[in-house]
Design a protein around this ligand. Structure first.
Ligand SMILES: Cc1cc2nc3c(=O)[nH]c(=O)nc-3n(C[C@H](O)[C@H](O)[C@H](O)COP(=O)(O)O)c2cc1C
Length: 200
């Protein structure tokens, strides 16, 4: 199986990245991780343990590889190295801007740029609020190139009981977008309200 590349950049939402990596490794999906310096700073603010401690736990898995942000000679920096696509989760507006403008001056951006040029699946989970016109234009530019732009919006219609349920739902949506899962599990599918009269 080709590895899925997971890029973590410096936007809020470290827990989504953490849960996604766990989900990929549980499914024995080869996972190649690259994380920006800003992402580690955000991680420190949002997570109960350091990024380094998660990293050392993930390294126990034979399905896990990680690269440094400046390791430009890593295999994922080359289009010749086959991957099953990439997700940037969470994706900062700075990384969105670089990607939308073809700038690839770190390994995360280069690996994503490779996905664009090789027409591979690329999913981004941009997180910022409010968004200004340049943010929106950059995301529109990427969407027009086939990038799946998935802001981590809660599924209010499923009435999640807290952040854990929102993260669980969102991680599964990413797995589906990456073709790791064939579809959403029943608990994440909206079936409509049974007591509502059908509208024609
Ligand atoms: C605690 C914290 C939270 C942040 N949250 C966001 C965010 O939600 N979205 C965003 O675009 N930038 C956010 N930033 C700013 C980015 O980290 C900053 O723009 C950084 O340069 C992004 O670099 P990177 O794309 O290389 O990771 C945050 C920074 C900190 C310290």
């Amino acid at each position: 199986m080709k590895p899925v590349v997971v890029g973590i950049s410096g936007a809020s939402g470290s827990v989504i990245a953490e849960q996604l990596v766990e989900a990929l490794l549980t499914r024995e999906t080869p996972t190649a991780l690259v994380c920006t310096n800003a992402a580690k700073m955000v991680w420190q603010e949002e997570m109960p343990e350091s990024f380094a401690s998660y990293l050392s736990a993930w390294r126990e898995s034979p399905f896990f590889t990680s690269y440094g942000i400046n390791e430009m000679s890593a295999p994922i920096a080359s289009g010749t190295y086959p991957t099953g696509g990439m997700v940037i989760v969470p994706c900062s507006m700075a990384s969105v801007a670089s990607l939308a403008n073809g700038m690839a001056n770190n390994l995360l951006l280069r690996a994503a740029d490779v996905c664009l040029k090789e027409r591979r699946n690329l999913v981004i989970v941009p997180r910022e609020t409010p968004l200004h016109a340049i943010h929106l234009e950059n995301m529109a530019r990427l969407a027009r190139m086939g990038v799946q732009v998935m802001p981590p919006e809660p599924p209010f219609y499923l009435k999640p009981k807290g952040i854990d349920e929102v993260v669980d739902y969102f991680v599964e949506r990413i797995l589906v977008s990456l073709d790791v899962e064939p579809g959403l599990s029943d608990r994440h599918v909206y079936r409509g309200s049974s007591d509502r009269e059908p509208r024609y």
